[in-house]
Design a protein around this ligand. Structure first.
Ligand SMILES: NC(=O)C1=CN([C@@H]2O[C@H](COP(=O)(O)OP(=O)(O)OC[C@H]3O[C@@H](n4cnc5c(N)ncnc54)[C@H](O)[C@@H]3O)[C@@H](O)[C@H]2O)C=CC1
Ligand SMILES: CC(=O)C(=O)O
Ligand SMILES: [Mg+2]
Length: 372
């Protein structure tokens, strides 16, 4: 198979779909890999590094898209990239379609085979291709939140851990999954007073055990959520209903009643955000203020630490890339229900039920679509 790796073009996005080590594996399996000029520059890989493991370097994204049977990326394709997709071409990347009707419509029109990292499942009930970036974003959310609480960012002027004699900041993490647990770990490490809310009791048990009681694990009723959010200095939004738009758990009214100078890091912004006043921001201009609450809503947080993130992502995606390349998409998808769960758009059909429901589009089950 011919695999194409374009350079990422989203704002301050320096990750790359495949490292030279991943390319070497694909070439070892007899595949051809075409990498766009400077695709790996953001993490210190030169064109020569890719050529040394057997890749060919092409000058433009247009050439990569024209040549490849499968495009391997990191972020959702931007409009100019969507225009280059074609019937039957595989697109393997993050998509986050539920809050993005325009992207969904264009992927449908392209008739490409669009497999989203974030809805690939595993047999432990997890999301193995989302997990590594959620680890990164969860850990980063506390760095971002600590900065947002500084006075120069219009924050309350609080140090997360306080100092002896002065109480630490209260950090409330909504969602105790990958993002939430990693955020809690960093916040506890910095000495903050940390509470995690989730509506899954098993998740709360895990948080309780992991932190040996040092993190409060609270069941997320509307009542508990309101109480905690109104008392918080920093709120981290880390909820997810896979494939679906994030539920708006923190309302505009909550924001009005939160402490002036408190901060929210809405990590779930890539699925639309779990805060009513959230809107996507970029690394170039990450925060804005609503009713004296600092909002940080960067949709590609791991892009800021692209070396760590690219390696972590490739560790998870490589086995799937190899299977797609070795078997072709149809056999690879039919052989693995977990990869099949990643199929969001298939040659003109929306094949993820949550995406179809969120956007009010017709849904075709992936196994049905593949067998037509
Ligand atoms: N902004 C960014 O750069 C990044 C964003 N993300 C996003 O972060 C979000 C969280 O991802 P993960 O932690 O991997 O998901 P996860 O599935 O590991 O955890 C989500 C948690 O939310 C909980 N939850 C769902 N509905 C809830 C509700 N109504 N109230 C309380 N808890 C609820 C679930 O029980 C689960 O424990 C996703 O939207 C993901 O795409 C992930 C990586 C980077
Ligand atoms: C998951 C995601 O949105 C990211 O890594 O950018
Ligand atoms: Mg207020």
């Amino acid at each position: 198979m011919i695999i194409g790796v374009p350079k990422e073009i989203k704002n301050h996005e320096y990750r790359v779909g495949m490292t030279p080590a991943s390319v070497r594996e694909l070439v070892g399996h007899g595949h051809s890999v075409f990498v766009e000029h400077n695709a790996g520059m953001g993490i210190g890989f030169t064109d020569e590094d890719y050529q040394a493991v057997g890749a060919s370097v092409l000058a433009t994204a247009a050439e990569v898209f024209a040549k490849a049977d499968m495009i391997v990326k990191v972020k959702e394709p931007q409009a100019v990239e969507r225009a280059m997709l074609r019937d039957g071409q595989i697109l393997f990347t993050y998509l986050h379609l539920a809050p993005d009707p325009e992207q969904t419509a264009e992927l449908v029109t392209s008739k490409a085979v669009c497999i989203a990292y974030e809805t690939v499942t595993d047999n432990k009930g997890g999301l193995p291709l989302l997990a590594p970036m959620s680890e990164v974003a969860g850990r980063m959310s506390i760095q971002a939140g600590a900065r947002a609480l500084e006075k120069s960012c219009a924050g309350r002027g609080m140090l997360l851990g306080g100092v002896p004699g002065v109480a630490p900041a209260k950090v409330v993490v909504i969602g105790g999954g990958m993002v939430g647990a990693n955020a809690a770990q960093m916040a506890v490490g910095m000495g903050a007073d940390v509470t995690v809310l989730d509506r899954n009791v098993d998740v709360l048990r895990r948080i309780n055990a992991q932190f040996n009681g040092a993190v409060k694990a609270i069941y997320s009723t509307a009542e508990a959520l309101e109480q905690e959010v109104l008392a918080a200095d920093l709120v981290i939004g880390g909820v997810l209903v896979p494939g679906a738009a994030a539920p708006k758990l923190v309302t505009r009214d909550h924001i009005k009643r939160m402490k002036p100078g408190s901060a929210i890091v809405d990590v779930a912004i890539d699925q639309g955000g779990c805060v009513e006043t959230s809107k996507p921001t970029t690394h170039a201009d990450p925060t804005y203020i609503v009713d004296d609450v600092v909002h940080y809503c960067v949709a590609n947080m791991p892009g800021a630490v692209p070396r760590t993130s690219t390696f972590a992502l490739n560790n998870a995606t490589l086995p799937f890339i190899i299977r797609l390349a070795n078997k072709g998409y149809k056999q690879a998808l039919l052989d693995d229900k977990h990869l099949l769960a990643g199929l969001n758009v298939y040659r003109g059909h929306v094949t993820n039920e949550s995406v179809a429901e969120a956007l009010n589009l017709a849904y075709v089950a992936p196994e049905v679509a593949l067998n037509v």
